[in-house]
Design a protein around this ligand. Sequence first.
Ligand code: 5AD
Ligand code: SF4
Length: 464
Amino acid sequence: MKTISQEEQKEQIAYMTRVANMLCDSAPKAMVITYGCQQNENDSERIRGMLAKMGYTFTEKKEEADLILYNTCAVREGAEQRVLGNIGALSHEKRRRPNLLIGLCGCMMQQPHMAETIKRKYKHVSMVFGTHVLHKFPQFLYEALIEQKRVINITDSEGVIAEDIPIYRSGDPKAWVSVMYGCNNFCTYCIVPYVRGRERSRMPEKIMEEITDLVSRGVTEVTLLGQNVNAYGKDLDLGINFADLLRKVNAVEGLRRIRFMTSHPKDMSDDLICAMAECEKVMPQLHLPFQAGSDRILSAMNRRYTQAQYLDLVQRVRDKIPHITLSTDIIVGFPNESEEDFEETIRVLESVRFDTVFSFIYSKRTGTPAAEMDDKVTDEEKHRRFDRLLEVQNRISREINDACLGQTFELLIEGESKTDSNMLTGRTPGGKIINFPKAEGLSTGDYVNVTVDKTNTWSLTGKI
Ligand code: 5AD
Ligand code: SF4
């Protein structure tokens, strides 16, 4: 695997130093806003890492930020519209404070038509860069801030991995670790392979180094990330696959929990299922998108499995790990999905009974094959199906949660509950969130046993 050269790395460090020197007396503040998946969150941690090295501190308030950077998502149109709306609204703030620097990065910017729109219509944005040049952020910041240039860079340098970018993490007991980037699957609705490039795996020793370092800083849970994480290693020619990686990570002393996402059903080998079952630190949780129940739609989506193969896979996973928590992604309203096709999706829901379902209405993405398919199904019909799907899943989630009543789970405490300051919140091995009353001596990062005493559709409450 090609990584960026040492010269390139040195060059960026030099830019960091220059920016830091120029800013040393001004104590600048940055606000980084992230849309989309965990991979984007992880990229934002890298951006914050570089910013911290250049002397920035962080704020959640736009009015006090000297730099506002949006790390964007292109997976659905809704997220794009929100970013454009927010950026539009910032023009007022920019007029009020001309020194405010506004930047955009991430998947949405990697699309040439979008970068062009920003360039032409959003003149108050000074910095636009794509996913392949994240490591050059110090240079872009230098050019925009010090040289007062407008920076637009969406270079497509696929196949390269940038290691050793400083990373700023919140000090949580859990951390995300990207183990591979990109996707080769080209599902016909999906923009990801176009904006994130082909699959490239990090070298195992770099991953292990990062995890060992995290553990030495008090992290006890890691989530291994990749758009298609279970294809890890296929591009490396080292004879290592994702099951081997799990076994290696499982051996890290001091680490207690391992999760990973997102897995593609076609890459879910029996070896991987065995590794999950035998590694005691790998949590009984699997996110396994099925997207649609109908074989005709699955084929039009280029998913490369049938409903029967998916159901068989779920059975094999449950045979080895009986109490596994399963979640999935579903797209409703793929072009020309018929009522019968949609009923097949409901059939899979009823048959698998997922703990959690992330459902989306199909969103047309420029440049993907599905965007060329003409579609006879009305928006109204798509929304009706979407509502029906939610109704079915809400009932199932409620039934599954109700069955947790009286059960005891080991939780990793993640902090105060977002809705009640008298409560703490933590996750079970299966990844379910349970809120429970604060108690003397308990703090974030501790492990505690909690018994569920109240359930509803979305949450569980318990006591120690
Ligand atoms: N429209 C709707 N949902 C999409 N996803 C990906 N592309 C699209 C699209 N064009 C969903 C898939 C994927 C999840 C991350 O987003 O379900 O698994
Ligand atoms: Fe998109 Fe399919 Fe790749 Fe997932 S597997 S990122 S849905 S192309």
